[in-house]
Design a protein around this ligand. Structure first.
Ligand SMILES: [Fe+2]
Ligand SMILES: [Fe+2]
Length: 418
Protein backbone atom coordinates (compact mmCIF):
# COMPACT_ATOMS: atom_id res chain seq x y z
CA UNK A 1 0.00 0.00 0.00
CA UNK A 2 1.47 3.35 -0.95
CA UNK A 3 1.47 6.25 1.49
CA UNK A 4 -1.42 7.98 -0.24
CA UNK A 5 -3.70 4.92 -0.01
CA UNK A 6 -2.68 4.37 3.59
CA UNK A 7 -3.53 7.97 4.45
CA UNK A 8 -6.85 7.74 2.65
CA UNK A 9 -7.81 4.63 4.63
CA UNK A 10 -6.74 6.15 7.92
CA UNK A 11 -8.80 9.29 7.32
CA UNK A 12 -11.93 7.43 6.32
CA UNK A 13 -11.58 5.07 9.30
CA UNK A 14 -11.47 8.09 11.59
CA UNK A 15 -14.54 9.50 9.92
CA UNK A 16 -16.55 6.35 10.59
CA UNK A 17 -15.64 5.98 14.23
CA UNK A 18 -18.76 7.07 16.13
CA UNK A 19 -17.30 10.27 17.48
CA UNK A 20 -18.65 11.59 20.76
CA UNK A 21 -17.74 14.99 19.46
CA UNK A 22 -20.13 14.60 16.54
CA UNK A 23 -23.01 13.80 18.88
CA UNK A 24 -23.31 17.58 19.08
CA UNK A 25 -25.30 17.61 15.86
CA UNK A 26 -28.02 15.29 17.17
CA UNK A 27 -31.30 17.05 18.00
CA UNK A 28 -31.85 17.17 21.74
CA UNK A 29 -28.18 16.46 22.34
CA UNK A 30 -26.71 19.72 21.17
CA UNK A 31 -26.14 21.26 24.57
CA UNK A 32 -23.90 18.41 25.65
CA UNK A 33 -21.06 19.38 23.33
CA UNK A 34 -19.14 22.64 23.34
CA UNK A 35 -18.75 24.79 20.25
CA UNK A 36 -15.09 23.99 19.80
CA UNK A 37 -15.62 20.24 20.17
CA UNK A 38 -18.36 20.49 17.60
CA UNK A 39 -16.11 22.30 15.16
CA UNK A 40 -13.34 19.78 15.73
CA UNK A 41 -15.83 17.05 14.88
CA UNK A 42 -16.80 18.77 11.66
CA UNK A 43 -13.12 19.01 10.83
CA UNK A 44 -12.95 15.21 10.61
CA UNK A 45 -15.89 15.10 8.23
CA UNK A 46 -14.46 17.99 6.23
CA UNK A 47 -11.18 16.15 5.83
CA UNK A 48 -12.87 13.27 4.05
CA UNK A 49 -14.14 15.67 1.40
CA UNK A 50 -10.59 16.43 0.29
CA UNK A 51 -8.83 14.12 -2.16
CA UNK A 52 -6.12 12.13 -0.40
CA UNK A 53 -3.49 13.71 -2.64
CA UNK A 54 -4.51 17.18 -1.43
CA UNK A 55 -4.31 16.05 2.17
CA UNK A 56 -0.90 14.58 1.59
CA UNK A 57 0.31 17.80 0.04
CA UNK A 58 -1.11 19.91 2.87
CA UNK A 59 0.33 17.72 5.57
CA UNK A 60 3.68 17.45 3.84
CA UNK A 61 3.90 21.24 3.51
CA UNK A 62 2.91 21.77 7.13
CA UNK A 63 5.60 19.32 8.23
CA UNK A 64 8.20 21.04 6.11
CA UNK A 65 7.37 24.49 7.46
CA UNK A 66 7.00 23.43 11.06
CA UNK A 67 10.25 21.55 11.34
CA UNK A 68 13.58 23.01 12.30
CA UNK A 69 14.43 25.76 14.69
CA UNK A 70 13.46 29.39 14.70
CA UNK A 71 15.83 32.24 13.99
CA UNK A 72 16.64 34.22 17.11
CA UNK A 73 14.58 37.11 15.77
CA UNK A 74 11.50 34.98 15.15
CA UNK A 75 11.78 33.41 18.62
CA UNK A 76 12.06 36.88 20.14
CA UNK A 77 8.94 38.05 18.29
CA UNK A 78 6.91 35.08 19.43
CA UNK A 79 8.21 35.29 23.00
CA UNK A 80 7.02 38.86 23.34
CA UNK A 81 3.70 37.93 21.74
CA UNK A 82 3.41 35.11 24.30
CA UNK A 83 4.14 37.58 27.12
CA UNK A 84 1.41 39.92 25.87
CA UNK A 85 -1.06 37.07 25.51
CA UNK A 86 -0.39 35.79 29.03
CA UNK A 87 -1.04 39.31 30.30
CA UNK A 88 -4.24 39.52 28.24
CA UNK A 89 -5.32 36.09 29.45
CA UNK A 90 -4.96 37.12 33.06
CA UNK A 91 -6.99 40.31 32.73
CA UNK A 92 -9.67 38.73 30.56
CA UNK A 93 -9.96 35.86 33.02
CA UNK A 94 -10.80 38.38 35.74
CA UNK A 95 -13.38 40.05 33.50
CA UNK A 96 -14.83 36.68 32.62
CA UNK A 97 -15.16 35.51 36.21
CA UNK A 98 -17.19 38.60 37.08
CA UNK A 99 -18.94 39.43 33.82
CA UNK A 100 -18.71 36.48 31.42
CA UNK A 101 -21.46 34.18 30.17
CA UNK A 102 -19.72 30.87 30.84
CA UNK A 103 -16.59 29.45 32.39
CA UNK A 104 -13.69 29.35 29.88
CA UNK A 105 -13.88 27.29 26.72
CA UNK A 106 -17.64 26.88 26.66
CA UNK A 107 -17.70 25.68 30.24
CA UNK A 108 -20.64 25.78 32.61
CA UNK A 109 -22.81 28.92 32.91
CA UNK A 110 -21.16 31.68 34.89
CA UNK A 111 -23.19 33.53 37.53
CA UNK A 112 -20.46 36.10 38.02
CA UNK A 113 -21.25 39.33 39.81
CA UNK A 114 -24.94 39.98 39.07
CA UNK A 115 -24.99 43.80 39.31
CA UNK A 116 -21.77 44.05 37.26
CA UNK A 117 -23.20 41.77 34.59
CA UNK A 118 -26.39 43.81 34.44
CA UNK A 119 -24.39 47.03 34.16
CA UNK A 120 -22.29 45.50 31.36
CA UNK A 121 -25.50 44.48 29.64
CA UNK A 122 -26.58 48.10 29.68
CA UNK A 123 -23.78 48.57 27.14
CA UNK A 124 -25.02 45.62 25.09
CA UNK A 125 -27.09 42.62 26.13
CA UNK A 126 -24.51 40.30 24.53
CA UNK A 127 -21.59 41.66 26.57
CA UNK A 128 -21.19 38.53 28.76
CA UNK A 129 -20.86 36.25 25.74
CA UNK A 130 -18.42 38.60 24.05
CA UNK A 131 -16.30 38.72 27.21
CA UNK A 132 -16.22 34.94 27.44
CA UNK A 133 -15.24 34.56 23.80
CA UNK A 134 -12.54 37.22 24.05
CA UNK A 135 -11.17 35.41 27.10
CA UNK A 136 -11.16 32.09 25.26
CA UNK A 137 -9.31 33.71 22.36
CA UNK A 138 -6.56 35.07 24.63
CA UNK A 139 -6.13 31.76 26.43
CA UNK A 140 -5.78 30.04 23.07
CA UNK A 141 -3.26 32.62 21.84
CA UNK A 142 -1.05 32.23 24.90
CA UNK A 143 -1.19 28.43 24.87
CA UNK A 144 -0.54 28.21 21.13
CA UNK A 145 2.42 30.59 21.12
CA UNK A 146 4.13 28.85 24.02
CA UNK A 147 3.47 25.41 22.51
CA UNK A 148 4.86 26.58 19.17
CA UNK A 149 7.98 27.98 20.83
CA UNK A 150 8.54 24.73 22.74
CA UNK A 151 7.96 22.59 19.66
CA UNK A 152 10.71 24.55 17.90
CA UNK A 153 13.23 24.24 20.68
CA UNK A 154 12.74 27.82 21.91
CA UNK A 155 12.05 28.75 25.51
CA UNK A 156 8.39 29.45 26.26
CA UNK A 157 7.34 32.36 28.50
CA UNK A 158 6.20 31.80 32.06
CA UNK A 159 4.96 34.61 34.31
CA UNK A 160 3.71 32.43 37.17
CA UNK A 161 6.18 33.90 39.66
CA UNK A 162 4.43 37.25 39.22
CA UNK A 163 0.93 35.99 39.98
CA UNK A 164 0.66 37.57 43.39
CA UNK A 165 -1.52 40.68 43.06
CA UNK A 166 -4.59 40.84 45.32
CA UNK A 167 -7.41 41.31 42.77
CA UNK A 168 -11.08 41.66 43.57
CA UNK A 169 -12.82 39.86 46.41
CA UNK A 170 -16.32 40.61 45.10
CA UNK A 171 -18.98 37.97 44.56
CA UNK A 172 -18.17 36.07 41.39
CA UNK A 173 -14.38 35.89 41.58
CA UNK A 174 -12.66 32.54 41.67
CA UNK A 175 -11.82 32.40 45.40
CA UNK A 176 -8.77 30.25 44.64
CA UNK A 177 -7.27 33.07 42.61
CA UNK A 178 -7.60 35.83 45.19
CA UNK A 179 -4.09 37.13 45.80
CA UNK A 180 -2.79 35.37 42.68
CA UNK A 181 -3.40 37.86 39.89
CA UNK A 182 -0.85 38.99 37.36
CA UNK A 183 -2.68 42.18 36.36
CA UNK A 184 -4.39 44.87 38.39
CA UNK A 185 -7.83 46.06 37.29
CA UNK A 186 -8.65 47.85 40.52
CA UNK A 187 -7.36 51.34 39.79
CA UNK A 188 -6.91 52.19 36.13
CA UNK A 189 -6.05 55.26 34.09
CA UNK A 190 -7.58 54.35 30.75
CA UNK A 191 -5.90 56.15 27.84
CA UNK A 192 -8.70 57.09 25.44
CA UNK A 193 -6.53 58.66 22.73
CA UNK A 194 -7.37 55.72 20.44
CA UNK A 195 -10.97 56.98 20.35
CA UNK A 196 -9.90 60.25 18.72
CA UNK A 197 -7.05 58.71 16.73
CA UNK A 198 -9.30 56.37 14.74
CA UNK A 199 -11.75 59.20 13.95
CA UNK A 200 -9.01 61.56 12.80
CA UNK A 201 -7.50 61.97 9.33
CA UNK A 202 -4.07 62.29 10.87
CA UNK A 203 -1.62 59.54 11.72
CA UNK A 204 0.51 59.29 14.87
CA UNK A 205 3.29 57.63 12.84
CA UNK A 206 3.54 60.93 10.95
CA UNK A 207 3.70 63.02 14.10
CA UNK A 208 0.05 63.58 15.06
CA UNK A 209 -0.67 63.66 18.78
CA UNK A 210 -4.11 62.80 20.16
CA UNK A 211 -5.88 63.02 23.43
CA UNK A 212 -9.05 61.28 24.41
CA UNK A 213 -12.43 63.02 24.46
CA UNK A 214 -12.56 62.69 28.27
CA UNK A 215 -10.57 61.01 31.04
CA UNK A 216 -10.94 57.84 33.06
CA UNK A 217 -8.63 58.17 36.05
CA UNK A 218 -8.11 56.03 39.15
CA UNK A 219 -11.21 53.99 38.42
CA UNK A 220 -11.75 50.26 38.91
CA UNK A 221 -12.85 48.24 35.89
CA UNK A 222 -14.20 45.37 38.02
CA UNK A 223 -16.14 45.45 41.31
CA UNK A 224 -13.68 45.72 44.21
CA UNK A 225 -15.60 43.94 46.95
CA UNK A 226 -19.13 43.37 48.22
CA UNK A 227 -19.04 46.37 50.54
CA UNK A 228 -18.29 48.87 47.79
CA UNK A 229 -20.78 47.35 45.34
CA UNK A 230 -23.14 45.01 47.21
CA UNK A 231 -24.26 42.02 45.12
CA UNK A 232 -27.83 43.04 45.92
CA UNK A 233 -27.45 46.40 44.12
CA UNK A 234 -30.38 46.97 41.78
CA UNK A 235 -29.17 47.98 38.33
CA UNK A 236 -32.03 49.16 36.12
CA UNK A 237 -31.90 49.51 32.34
CA UNK A 238 -30.73 52.98 31.25
CA UNK A 239 -31.12 55.77 32.03
CA UNK A 240 -29.56 55.11 35.44
CA UNK A 241 -31.20 57.45 37.97
CA UNK A 242 -28.81 60.20 39.07
CA UNK A 243 -27.44 59.68 42.57
CA UNK A 244 -28.56 56.03 42.73
CA UNK A 245 -26.30 53.28 44.08
CA UNK A 246 -26.34 51.80 40.59
CA UNK A 247 -24.22 54.71 39.32
CA UNK A 248 -21.08 53.30 40.98
CA UNK A 249 -21.31 49.85 39.41
CA UNK A 250 -22.39 51.32 36.06
CA UNK A 251 -19.32 53.61 36.07
CA UNK A 252 -17.15 50.55 36.78
CA UNK A 253 -18.77 48.63 33.90
CA UNK A 254 -18.38 51.65 31.59
CA UNK A 255 -14.69 51.79 32.53
CA UNK A 256 -14.40 48.12 31.61
CA UNK A 257 -16.05 48.85 28.26
CA UNK A 258 -13.41 51.44 27.42
CA UNK A 259 -10.62 49.34 28.89
CA UNK A 260 -11.54 46.40 26.64
CA UNK A 261 -11.05 48.63 23.60
CA UNK A 262 -7.84 50.14 25.00
CA UNK A 263 -6.26 46.71 25.47
CA UNK A 264 -7.31 45.40 22.09
CA UNK A 265 -6.25 48.49 20.14
CA UNK A 266 -2.82 47.86 21.69
CA UNK A 267 -2.80 44.35 20.21
CA UNK A 268 -4.12 45.77 16.94
CA UNK A 269 -1.00 47.93 16.57
CA UNK A 270 1.45 45.49 18.17
CA UNK A 271 1.01 42.55 15.80
CA UNK A 272 1.71 44.45 12.54
CA UNK A 273 4.90 45.85 14.07
CA UNK A 274 6.01 42.33 15.00
CA UNK A 275 4.95 40.83 11.66
CA UNK A 276 7.10 43.31 9.75
CA UNK A 277 10.19 41.74 11.35
CA UNK A 278 9.33 38.04 10.84
CA UNK A 279 11.69 35.87 8.83
CA UNK A 280 9.86 32.57 8.40
CA UNK A 281 6.59 32.42 6.47
CA UNK A 282 5.07 30.44 9.28
CA UNK A 283 5.94 32.98 11.98
CA UNK A 284 4.59 35.70 9.71
CA UNK A 285 1.40 33.67 9.31
CA UNK A 286 1.07 33.25 13.07
CA UNK A 287 1.52 36.96 13.72
CA UNK A 288 -0.89 38.02 10.98
CA UNK A 289 -3.49 35.45 11.96
CA UNK A 290 -3.50 36.21 15.69
CA UNK A 291 -3.16 39.93 14.99
CA UNK A 292 -6.30 39.84 12.88
CA UNK A 293 -8.26 38.57 15.85
CA UNK A 294 -6.95 41.44 18.00
CA UNK A 295 -8.33 43.83 15.37
CA UNK A 296 -11.64 42.00 15.45
CA UNK A 297 -11.74 42.41 19.24
CA UNK A 298 -10.90 46.10 19.06
CA UNK A 299 -13.64 46.79 16.54
CA UNK A 300 -16.22 45.04 18.69
CA UNK A 301 -15.25 46.86 21.88
CA UNK A 302 -15.01 50.19 20.09
CA UNK A 303 -18.68 49.83 19.24
CA UNK A 304 -19.71 48.79 22.77
CA UNK A 305 -17.73 51.53 24.50
CA UNK A 306 -19.62 54.11 22.46
CA UNK A 307 -22.84 52.99 24.13
CA UNK A 308 -21.55 54.31 27.47
CA UNK A 309 -21.31 57.81 26.01
CA UNK A 310 -24.51 57.93 23.96
CA UNK A 311 -28.16 57.95 24.91
CA UNK A 312 -29.84 56.49 26.86
CA UNK A 313 -26.83 55.53 29.03
CA UNK A 314 -24.66 58.66 28.73
CA UNK A 315 -24.24 60.87 31.77
CA UNK A 316 -23.18 58.29 34.36
CA UNK A 317 -21.02 59.75 37.12
CA UNK A 318 -19.21 57.59 39.64
CA UNK A 319 -20.29 59.00 43.03
CA UNK A 320 -17.02 57.69 44.54
CA UNK A 321 -14.85 59.23 41.83
CA UNK A 322 -16.71 62.07 40.05
CA UNK A 323 -13.50 63.69 38.77
CA UNK A 324 -12.15 60.41 37.41
CA UNK A 325 -15.17 58.68 35.95
CA UNK A 326 -17.83 60.83 34.31
CA UNK A 327 -19.20 59.60 31.02
CA UNK A 328 -20.47 62.50 28.88
CA UNK A 329 -22.82 62.31 25.91
CA UNK A 330 -20.41 62.46 22.98
CA UNK A 331 -23.20 63.02 20.45
CA UNK A 332 -24.79 65.98 22.23
CA UNK A 333 -23.86 69.38 20.70
CA UNK A 334 -24.26 71.25 24.00
CA UNK A 335 -22.02 68.79 25.86
CA UNK A 336 -19.44 68.91 23.07
CA UNK A 337 -19.44 72.71 23.10
CA UNK A 338 -18.85 72.69 26.87
CA UNK A 339 -15.99 70.20 26.52
CA UNK A 340 -14.65 72.00 23.42
CA UNK A 341 -14.90 68.87 21.30
CA UNK A 342 -15.88 68.43 17.66
CA UNK A 343 -18.60 65.93 16.79
CA UNK A 344 -16.47 64.66 13.92
CA UNK A 345 -13.97 63.31 16.45
CA UNK A 346 -16.49 62.04 18.99
CA UNK A 347 -19.59 60.73 17.19
CA UNK A 348 -20.14 57.38 18.84
CA UNK A 349 -21.16 55.30 15.82
CA UNK A 350 -18.10 56.31 13.78
CA UNK A 351 -16.32 53.18 14.85
CA UNK A 352 -14.62 52.23 11.57
CA UNK A 353 -11.21 53.79 10.96
CA UNK A 354 -11.32 57.12 9.16
CA UNK A 355 -8.97 57.21 6.13
CA UNK A 356 -5.83 59.00 7.25
CA UNK A 357 -2.36 60.02 6.16
CA UNK A 358 -0.23 56.98 5.53
CA UNK A 359 3.45 56.55 4.66
CA UNK A 360 4.07 59.85 2.86
CA UNK A 361 1.73 62.64 3.73
CA UNK A 362 2.19 64.77 0.62
CA UNK A 363 2.30 62.34 -2.26
CA UNK A 364 -0.37 59.73 -1.47
CA UNK A 365 -4.10 59.92 -0.83
CA UNK A 366 -5.57 59.14 2.63
CA UNK A 367 -5.94 55.45 3.42
CA UNK A 368 -7.96 53.62 6.08
CA UNK A 369 -5.31 51.74 8.07
CA UNK A 370 -4.35 50.46 11.49
CA UNK A 371 -2.29 53.12 13.28
CA UNK A 372 0.26 53.35 14.73
CA UNK A 373 2.30 50.59 13.12
CA UNK A 374 5.73 52.04 13.83
CA UNK A 375 7.93 50.20 16.32
CA UNK A 376 8.40 53.42 18.28
CA UNK A 377 4.67 53.94 18.88
CA UNK A 378 3.09 50.51 18.50
CA UNK A 379 5.92 48.04 19.12
CA UNK A 380 6.71 45.83 22.06
CA UNK A 381 8.38 48.42 24.31
CA UNK A 382 5.59 50.89 23.52
CA UNK A 383 3.06 48.23 24.51
CA UNK A 384 4.73 47.55 27.86
CA UNK A 385 4.90 51.27 28.54
CA UNK A 386 1.28 51.93 27.69
CA UNK A 387 0.00 48.96 29.73
CA UNK A 388 2.15 50.17 32.63
CA UNK A 389 0.78 53.73 32.38
CA UNK A 390 -2.69 52.19 32.38
CA UNK A 391 -2.02 50.92 35.91
CA UNK A 392 -2.32 47.31 34.80
CA UNK A 393 0.85 46.28 36.61
CA UNK A 394 0.48 48.33 39.79
CA UNK A 395 2.03 46.27 42.59
CA UNK A 396 4.44 44.31 40.41
CA UNK A 397 8.12 44.34 41.46
CA UNK A 398 11.01 45.75 39.47
CA UNK A 399 11.91 42.25 38.26
CA UNK A 400 8.56 42.05 36.45
CA UNK A 401 9.30 45.19 34.46
CA UNK A 402 12.90 44.11 33.83
CA UNK A 403 11.74 40.85 32.32
CA UNK A 404 9.01 42.55 30.26
CA UNK A 405 11.47 45.08 28.88
CA UNK A 406 14.05 42.40 28.13
CA UNK A 407 11.53 40.51 25.99
CA UNK A 408 10.15 43.71 24.46
CA UNK A 409 13.55 45.10 23.52
CA UNK A 410 14.56 41.82 21.91
CA UNK A 411 11.33 41.78 19.87
CA UNK A 412 11.69 45.39 18.77
CA UNK A 413 15.28 44.69 17.71
CA UNK A 414 14.40 41.60 15.67
CA UNK A 415 15.19 41.92 11.99
CA UNK A 416 13.76 40.14 8.99
CA UNK A 417 16.41 37.86 7.46
CA UNK A 418 16.48 36.73 3.89
FE1 LIG B 1 -4.65 37.87 22.03
FE1 LIG C 1 -6.52 40.58 22.61
Amino acid sequence: MNEEEHLSLRVSAEAHVPSQELRGIQPGDRFTVGRRSFIRGLGIVGATLLPASALLLTQGKARAQSSGSLTKGDADLLRFAAWAEIVESDLWTQYNELGGATKPNDGSPNVGNPPYKLALQNLDTDMPQYITDNNDDELSHAAFLNAYLSSHGAEPVNLDQFRHLPGSTATGVDRQKIGKRLTNLLNLNVDLSWYTRYRSEENPDLGAIFKGPFNILNEPAIPLNDTDTPPTTVVPPPPIPAGSSAQRIQAIANTAGFHFAFIEQGGTSLYPTLALKATSDEVLRILLSIGGVEIDHFSLWHDKAGNAVSQPLAGVIDPENPNGATFPDLNDPATLARLRLQLELTQTNKILPEPCDFLFRESLPPCSVIRPTSTALGGAVATVKSFTADGLFNGQPESFFDFAMELATAADNAQREF
